[in-house]
Design a protein around this ligand. Structure first.
Ligand SMILES: O=C(O)c1ccc[n+]([C@@H]2O[C@H](COP(=O)([O-])O)[C@@H](O)[C@H]2O)c1
Ligand SMILES: Cc1cc2nc[nH]c2cc1C
Length: 352
């Protein structure tokens, strides 16, 4: 399933890109006046292979939840059980992501790929548990290669299922206490940046804990052979939700459906996805820039400019959901705005 998905990721359609650029130039606004939204509309036409591209609605948020063995090293101030407790909160509709999703009309699905605790079955929860959390990445491989592959496949299946159910835009979400440590390690490994540049404060840690977190990330990177391939990196220092998110992003791209990325966890997962299939970036929209330093490093490596920059560092998909109306508006322009010709508006050079 992974190979088939990677093979289905095609380069952007040049004819659709040309058509979208030409259409943007004929719409009743000064050319270029919609800034980054114009570029986004053109990119999404290239992804879909048609101009205008389909409206990216309805949108579906998938929150991949998992726990982390490295939590035992004291890298997060929060107890591990908060992962499972927040899953219950998402399912009850009480988290920030639920409020933001309600504002934009997006659905929320929670996927357990590696929560340590047993979770009761509930509507809106997909049980795809691969392990009860990862092993401690500071002591050895976080996952086996089989676990990483299984998580990738779970993410691909979630993307396929949501699109089969009608979603025309996928939105990444994550929940996993301690997952900013694994994110930092992945970002350092895929971008080549040093641990101290990409390791941040996560949910909020003191300077001594931050120093220890950097050391943990540095040591984990030191364990990685220079020859490590994309999947090996993911298994060694990643989380089950990172692997599933990478599959989810690849699954969206393979179906030519845009994937709006949230913060540092999604950024790390997108690096893994891009290492497996560079063309995946064509389907990725950076929803926002997280306050985590590693996120900016990931976005720079991917060549993506975030739509929203509000200093958020929550996760759950919140920053991506906030950006959703911008993505939808960018495409709606191509569907609904009149041309100078059709509206009888005089163009810049005096022609209508
Ligand atoms: O999305 C982000 O950029 C982001 C930045 C900091 C923290 N988080 C969230 O906080 C949790 C991980 O933080 P930590 O400090 O436990 O590693 C996890 O549930 C993430 O969703 C998310
Ligand atoms: C309360 C809480 C909510 C979260 N949502 C995403 N990560 C989180 C981490 C904590 C601690």
């Amino acid at each position: 399933m992974i190979e088939e998905t990677l093979a289905a990721i095609v380069p952007p359609d040049e004819a659709a890109i040309r058509d979208a650029r030409a259409l943007q130039a004929r719409l009743t606004k000064p050319p270029g006046s919609l800034g980054a939204l114009e570029d986004l509309s053109v990119r999404l036409a290239g992804l879909a292979g048609t101009c205008p591209p389909p409206l990216p609605a309805p949108a579906a948020v998938a929150i991949f939840a998992a726990d982390h063995g490295v939590h035992a090293r004291g890298v997060s101030p929060w107890p591990q059980e908060v992962t499972a407790q927040m899953v219950a909160n998402f399912l009850a509709g009480g988290a920030v992501v639920n409020a933001f999703a309600a504002q934009t009309g997006a659905t929320v699905t929670v996927v357990d790929v590696g929560v340590a605790a047993d979770l009761p079955t509930a509507p809106g929860l997909q049980d795809r548990k691969i392990a009860r959390g990862t092993a401690d990445l500071s002591a050895g491989p976080a996952m086996t290669a089989d676990q990483a592959r299984a998580a990738l496949e779970a993410g691909i299946e979630v993307a396929r299922g949501l699109v089969a159910d009608g979603a025309r835009c996928l939105v990444t979400g994550d929940m996993g206490i301690a997952n900013t440590t694994a994110s930092a390690a992945l970002i350092a490994a895929y971008t080549g940046r040093p641990a101290e540049q990409v390791t941040g404060l996560g949910t909020g840690i003191d300077p001594a804990t931050h120093a220890r977190k950097i050391e943990i990330v540095r040591d984990a990177l030191g364990r990685l052979p220079a020859s490590a391939g994309p999947l090996e990196i993911l298994a060694e220092v990643g989380g089950l939700e990172h692997a599933a998110l990478a599959g989810f992003i690849l699954g969206g791209a393979a179906q030519r459906v845009p994937v709006v990325l949230d913060g540092v966890i999604a950024g790390a997962a997108a690096l893994a996805a891009a290492a497996l299939a560079p063309g995946v970036v064509g389907a990725c929209v950076a929803g926002h820039r997280s306050a985590e330093p590693g996120h900016s490093a990931a976005l720079a490596h991917l060549g993506l400019e975030p739509l929203v920059d509000l200093g958020l560092r929550l996760g759950e998909g919140t920053g991506a959901v906030l950006a959703l109306p911008l993505v939808q508006s960018a495409v709606r322009v191509l569907h609904e705005v009149a041309t100078f010709d059709s509206a009888g508006v005089t163009g810049k050079d005096g022609e209508s």
